[in-house]
Each structure stands twice: as C-alpha cells, then as structure tokens.
Design a protein. Structure first.
Length: 308
C-alpha cells in the first residue's frame, strides 16, 4: 500500500495491484455518484453514507461488503457520534466519514510514518485496525462516564443537592446514548469473527474475536453502570424523603410541645367572669409555670421515645 495522494475515483478503482484506501470526509452527492460509478457500489449503500443516522450494520452487495460504524467522542462533557461508512473489496477499502474524526487520522498518520505492518497486509487488516481503534475509544468514553458517576455517587451519599439529580439524569442519558451503537456493533463483530465474511482472511479471525470480547465487556459494563445509576437515583430519593420526614417530625414535635400551652392560654384568655382563679393575684405566674411545666413534660416524653 502506497500514498497516492488525491486520486480520481476511477483511477483509484483501476489500481488492481495495490491495496487502495480511499478516505472521504463530508462527501457531497456528486462525490458519492462518482464513487459509485467508479466502484459499482449499490445506490442504497451510497444513500446510507449521505444520511448519518444509520445504525451499525454490515451488508453484502455483490462484489463488496458495506459496513456502518459509529465513532463516539466527547466535547464539553457531552457525547457526540460520527458515522463511518466503509466499503471493502478485494484490494480496496473506502471509508466515508460524516465528520472529521481522530480514529482515521491517527491510523493514517501511523501508516504514513513508515514501517507499519499494514503496508504489507491486505484490506482486511486495515479494516481490523479501524474497528479496533473505534472499540478502544469506546473504553475511553466509558471511563469518563465512570469518573462522572463516581463523583455523583459521593454527592448522593454525603451531600445530595438538587444539582445531584440533574447530574444523575445526565449520566443515565449518556449511558443510553453510549448503549445505542455498541449493541448492533456486537452483532457485526459476531459475524466478522465467525470467519464467513467475504474478503476477510482466516488468519484475522483471532483478532476480530478479541474485539468481540471487548465489545461484550463494554456491554456488561454499561449494563452495570445503568443499574448503579438507577440505584443511586433510588438512594437520592430515599435520602431526600428521609430528610423531609425528619423536618416533618421536628415540626410535629414542636407543634405538640406548644399544643398544651396554647390550650391553656386559650382557656384563660376567654372573657368569662366565672373562670377559676380569674381574680387570683398569682394567677398569671401560675399559668406561666403550668405552661413551662407542660412543655417540659412533653419534651421529656418525646426524648424518652427517641423522637428528639
């Protein structure tokens, strides 16, 4: 495989003796029409390349294999995805990206630096490098989600605030966003490691099986984190409920303590002449002492019950 620079698609298709990698970013309809004419790609596959909302999949169209993968990235603590469409044939690999991405740029930089194993291999090995890099980057994204979750988990158990629940919802949203591309990726990798896909050599089956194991591990981790996030949400709601119950209990205790003094003051505040001790010179002091005594007895009762 050699760097031929910017080639006409027809000229690239005519290079039968070389392993050809054609990489296109943000293609127009004219680009896809010329590419399809040069390589004979199916129109349905070309349309899928232009609409970056496809799920990860693999389809066979006569003389080539068409694949779609999702490259995940993180920008400003928000996940985003780039669609990577690929056509693999006997001596060519065509990659079509909906946006600029680091996966292909890093692989190209390593190959063009010289001495890379891909320079002496077929297109199936190049395909392996790309898929392996995509899956490896999934782990990096999941590590960032895990860091955010550990931070929120500490908040939930120690100092939960209204912001905590917002962070929990964001983590659950990120996990759902992350989960969408990896499940269909598992299906594609299961086919690739089966050894029954055209243009893929038998010697690469262990490599694809290794990626398949990685994607299974990712799925298990995602499901674990989703369960933990749900548990953290339950703990948060339970903590808030317990705090509310403590406030309600405190208010109830205070209301109960002041209930008897309020009753006494209400009775002696009535404008009736025949109220007992109404003319007693120590009546006011007696009433105050009675109120304080009743409050003290009530407080001691609640104290013995463990309510305060």
């Amino acid at each position: 495989m050699q760097d031929h620079g910017a080639l006409d698609y027809k000229k690239a298709a005519e290079l039968k003796d070389d392993v050809v990698w054609v990489d296109i970013t943000k293609p127009s309809r004219e680009d896809m029409a010329m590419l399809g004419e040069a390589y004979g790609f199916h129109t349905l596959a070309l349309d899928d390349c232009l609409h970056a909302v496809q799920r990860t999949k693999m389809e066979e169209y006569g003389g080539n294999i068409f694949m779609v993968f999702k490259i995940l990235g993180c920008c400003d603590h928000s996940l985003n995805s780039t669609q990577l469409s690929m056509f693999i044939g006997g001596n060519y690999l065509v990659t079509i990206s909906s946006e600029e991405n680091s996966v292909l740029s890093e692989i190209k930089a390593k190959i063009l630096a010289g001495g890379h194993k891909a320079l002496t291999q077929k297109t199936d090995y190049l395909l392996y490098l790309i898929i392996d890099k995509i899956v490896d980057d999934y782990f990096i994204i999941l590590d960032k989600i895990e860091e955010d979750f550990q931070e929120v988990e500490d908040e939930v158990t120690h100092t939960p605030t209204p912001k905590t629940v917002e962070k929990l919802f964001k983590i659950k949203k990120d996990l759902l966003y992350f989960r969408k591309p990896i499940w269909p990726t598992r299906e594609v990798l299961h086919l690739l490691q089966s050894g029954q896909v055209k243009y893929l050599g038998k010697e690469l089956i262990p490599y694809y099986r290794d990626i398949y194991d990685h994607i299974i591990q990712l799925i298990d981790l995602v499901e674990t984190y989703r369960d933990l996030a749900s548990s953290a949400m339950d703990i948060y709601l339970s903590t808030i409920s317990n705090s509310l119950n403590k406030v309600i209990k405190l208010l109830t205790v205070l209301a109960s303590i002041f209930l008897i003094p309020t009753l006494i003051s209400g009775i002696y505040g009535m404008n009736y002449k025949l109220i007992p001790d109404n003319g007693w010179q120590y009546g006011f002091h007696f009433t105050i002492i009675l109120m304080i005594l009743s409050m003290s007895v009530t407080w001691l009762y609640f104290k013995r019950k463990g309510w305060v």
